[in-house]
Design a protein around this ligand. Structure first.
Ligand code: PMP
Length: 308
């Protein structure tokens, strides 16, 4: 059966075939879920014949921060991780839009408090823009609370955190929804299983603050910056569950999700129940920037081929 991941991966700095990219079944990542990961995107720009990795430096910095908080030792240098990722893209001769995955993991076969050895794996999955970006999604509030910062580190992309997100997403999908909105253990809006939440009220953007047990999302930071540059007021604050029903528009954002309009919450339409005008405008700006059709924020795009 064909696999979705590109045929060559990078394991500990070496290019290996996909079907030989192994860690031991008793490694720390398998036994304890001790790993941190990143999802990035490489955008193919056909006119320029170039692929742009979006905000590579910020993703690597978050990965290093995650390794430190998870007490993985050593924390890899950003240059080593960038080389591993870019070599993997070039080895696969990727000339299409891809989702890029990097996992820094606890290797070896030791007990719970082991901090090393650590390993690094990188791979790519071809992934064009999904139809949810255009059409939007129907979302449910999860019965599972978002993990709290005093139990697990939500602002780190720790592999183990996703047991929480997965439970919430499975629940929503079982019930016929396309996405899930999680609340904090204090009952306030937190985020989705793999995306941050925004809503529009009276022309301003509102998003849960970074103490709402969210991942410090790079797309969230991007949307905030692009919105403010366009003169839109952005509030980062605590949001109540029922306030979402008062919103004119809402959307998800994340590297994988990009920007997806939220059409309804718990089967109650958000605004007009269709993708909103401000959401559409932000989508246009966002895609122009990530795909390199606009020259603004060139510092966010790492070219793969002209840099080879
Ligand atoms: N929240 C969670 C739980 C996520 O997994 C993701 C995806 N990484 C996001 C938010 C969005 O983060 P980013 O914009 O950095 O991809």
């Amino acid at each position: 059966m064909p696999v979705p991941t590109a045929g060559k991966m990078s394991l500990n700095g070496r290019i290996v075939p996909y079907d030989q990219c192994f860690v031991h079944a008793f490694s720390g990542v398998v036994k304890y879920g001790a790993a941190v990961f990143e999802g990035l995107r490489g955008y193919w720009n056909h006119e320029r014949g170039e692929m742009y990795v979006f905000r590579l430096a910020e993703h690597l910095e978050r990965l290093r921060f995650g390794m430190r908080v998870m007490r993985l030792d050593p924390v890899f240098e950003a240059d080593y991780m960038a080389d591993s990722l870019l070599s993997m893209i070039r080895a696969n001769d990727l000339r299409e839009t891809v989702h890029l995955r990097m996992v820094a993991f606890l290797d070896g076969d030791d007990e719970l408090s082991a901090t090393g050895p650590t390993g690094l794996v990188c791979g790519a999955v071809p992934r064009p823009r999904g139809k949810a970006v255009t059409e939007g999604v129907h979302v449910a509030v999860a019965t599972y609370a978002r993990l709290s910062d005093n139990a697990m580190p939500p602002r780190v992309k720790a592999t183990g955190n996703y047991i929480n997100s997965r439970a919430a997403e499975l629940e929503a999908k079982r019930n016929g929804y396309q996405g899930v909105l999680m609340l904090t253990d204090r009952g306030k809006v937190s985020e989705g299983s793999g995306a941050c939440f925004f809503m529009v009220r009276n022309g301003a953007l509102h998003t849960p603050d970074t103490s709402s047990d969210i991942l410090e999302s790079i797309t969230r930071a991007t949307v905030i910056e692009l919105a403010r540059e366009a003169g839109i007021v952005v509030h980062e604050r605590t949001i109540d569950r029922h306030e979402v029903h008062a919103a004119d528009e809402a959307f998800w954002c994340g590297t994988g999700y990009e920007i997806q309009p939220i059409l309804s919450l718990d089967r109650l339409a958000v605004g007009k129940g269709a993708p909103g005008e401000l959401t559409r405008a932000l989508q246009r700006t966002y895609f122009d920037v990530v795909e390199g059709r606009s020259n603004v924020h060139a510092e966010w795009r790492t070219p793969v081929w002209s840099g080879a």
